[in-house]
Design a protein around this ligand. Sequence first.
Ligand code: FEO
Length: 170
Amino acid sequence: MLKEKMLNALNEQINAEQYSALLYLAMSAWFHDKGLPGFANWMYIQYQEEMTHANKLFTYVVDRGEKPVLKAIDQMPVEWDGIIEIYEATLQHEQHVTSLIDDLVDVAIEVKDHATQSFLQWFVDEQVEEEANVTEILDNLKLIDGQGNGIFMMDREMRTRTFVDETVTK
Ligand code: FEO
């Protein structure tokens, strides 16, 4: 059983993670359209990861004997001005998600839900990693400064990223 305020907040976060997933899927489509399959692959894996985040929350709500309530997902952007802009938008989005997770932890503390507070620690740690990964890519992109050779090399590297369901491996 979960307190109503906690349940509502967790349901909101399921929606937010699903939005994140579709945002990155839209970014993957953008990269495919620009002829950059490596970056598209990186974003597609990002999409898969976000779905595992949503599903981890979904399963937790079920495990606590409650019903997850799924809601409509807002329209995500589908166009960006360039590669740096898309990764700046990604970093901004992850920073926003970090603030949402922090708010969730605040609710858990407020309603004295220690189990949920403990459960959410995984997301707190995950956000540190997510922001660091995107920042590193953004730094590399700024270093390359739109040069064709550098973008080509980065695209090849991005192609090697593979999906690992970290909700079960860590
Ligand atoms: Fe589920 Fe990228 O945060």
